[in-house]
Design a protein around this ligand. Sequence first.
Ligand SMILES: NC(=O)c1ccc[n+]([C@@H]2O[C@H](COP(=O)([O-])OP(=O)(O)OC[C@H]3O[C@@H](n4cnc5c(N)ncnc54)[C@H](OP(=O)(O)O)[C@@H]3O)[C@@H](O)[C@H]2O)c1
Length: 172
Amino acid sequence: MVSSLDGFIAKKDGDISWMNTTDRYENGVTLTQEYIDEFLKSIDCYVMGSKTYEHALELGWVYGDVPVFVLSSRNLSSERTTVQFYSGDLSKLVNEQLKLQYKNIWMVGGSVLTKELLKLNLADEIVTTIVPVLLGEGSLFFDFIGKELPLLLKDSKAYKNGMVELTYAVKK
Ligand SMILES: NC(=O)c1ccc[n+]([C@@H]2O[C@H](COP(=O)([O-])OP(=O)(O)OC[C@H]3O[C@@H](n4cnc5c(N)ncnc54)[C@H](OP(=O)(O)O)[C@@H]3O)[C@@H](O)[C@H]2O)c1
């Protein structure tokens, strides 16, 4: 999840243009297309809430032919054969369906889905990329999940564009 320093993942109106930053940290690592491609190649399927899905359609589909599972209680449909809709128990979807087929299951967000999966202890890792900006308001990344989750810091990287990527393992 990409977040502002004050913990927001989108502005109130859904705007995420603040994510585009350049030249904010002289000593940072250059974020190359090669690195991004390798990273994306490691993802076996995506899971997202319906609001994130609808926003992704507006912005332009970036998930290629990788399977995407969209959570929604509405009767949504897609012409893409890689998109499937699911309603109900997220634990069942992850443990009884996705984990049997996919190794790296990437939860895209947004806030509603993140809260649900953390509450259900479904996350093995949390990867957050902090953008050098304070937004002041919007949708929260960790929206009062209502429990304490100890984490282990596995990796950290600071990029030239000022973004800091933090990878945590969730202690089970
Ligand atoms: N900064 C980032 O990295 C990042 C990442 C992802 C998203 N975003 C942004 O976050 C915003 C959307 O986040 P959000 O928190 O408002 O919404 P969201 O989590 O994307 O979607 C919430 C919706 O998911 C559905 N849902 C969740 N759990 C469900 C379940 N167990 N069964 C059935 N449906 C379920 C419901 O849809 P129905 O109402 O259809 O039933 C719910 O209204 C967008 O602006 C997006 O661009 C940012």
